[in-house]
Design a protein around this ligand. Structure first.
Ligand code: PGA
Length: 255
């Protein structure tokens, strides 16, 4: 049970990654909207791949499920073949965008600097960023978890500080993503509390308004324990967001 006075509405976001790009995506979105209908007190977001993003956003209009992109390009428009901007995502019906996911940092060369640039572009356009941070296994083993996470958070926290509560941070220990290895509630709480403490360096308002989600092998059977932690304000869910029943169980565990 969270302490009285915690005002942050939990947020459960499903990161579909490069799955569910066609009819299956539509079915999944419809299923999630149906199941989320009766559950109050939690914000629900799905992040489909680009091929279905606009259509799903349109289909979910009026439901309590909002749509997120998985990435953006930080210019509004221009000769940038293959890229999509924040204003375009908004126009497509997106309200959110995941930025700096570890897979993007690992496979697509994203850096703290490019993440900051994307966060600024999203926020300027009115698209709510879900910014991912998290340490690699060797970094955790070397006792460098907080050093890494602080460096990543410091790169964009000033931007979030312009609009406290508009953006969200997702702590995703990289060794827990897609591996079935989940950080225990104490491990998660320790880092979440440290992130919130770090945000007080910007402002107390930013620290108390910013939702910090946990991500990395969140499943129906471990969600409740993680979500009960004082500073865990929701979850960014990969694998388990691809099944309506599993994602619905995680949404229900948040309230
Ligand atoms: P996972 O992915 O739940 O499959 O570990 C989480 C994420 O990458 O956001």
């Amino acid at each position: 049970m969270k302490a009285v006075g915690t005002q942050r509405t939990p947020l459960i976001a499903g990161n579909w990654k490069m799955y569910m790009g066609g009819r299956a995506g539509h079915e999944l979105a419809r299923g999630v909207a149906e199941r989320a209908k009766g559950v109050g007190g939690v914000d629900v977001v799905v992040a489909p791949p680009l091929t279905v993003l606009a259509a799903i956003a349109h289909e979910l209009e009026g439901s309590r499920v909002q749509v997120s992109a998985q990435n953006l390009y930080p210019k509004d428009e221009g000769a940038f073949t293959g890229e999509v901007s924040a204003p375009m995502l908004l126009e497509a019906g997106c309200k959110w965008v995941i930025i700096g996911h570890s897979e993007r940092r690992q496979y697509f060369g994203e850096t703290d600097a490019s993440v900051a640039e994307k966060v600024a572009a999203a926020q300027k356009a009115g698209l709510r960023p879900i910014v991912c941070v998290g340490e690699l296994l060797p970094e955790r083993e070397a006792g460098k978890t907080l050093e890494v996470v602080y460096r990543q958070v410091d790169a964009f926290s000033r931007i979030l500080g312009d609009q406290p509560g508009f953006g969200v941070i997702a702590y995703e220990p990289v060794w827990a993503i897609g591996t079935g290895k989940v950080a225990g509630p104490e491990q998660a709480q320790e880092v979440h509390a440290a992130i919130r403490q770090r945000l007080t360096g910007q402002s107390a308002e930013l620290a108390s308004a910013t939702r910090v989600l946990y991500g990395g092998s969140v499943k129906p059977d471990n969600a409740a324990g993680l979500l009960a932690c004082q500073d865990v304000d929701g979850a960014l869910v990969g694998g388990a967001s691809l099944k309506v029943a599993d994602f619905a169980a995680i949404i229900e565990a948040a309230v």
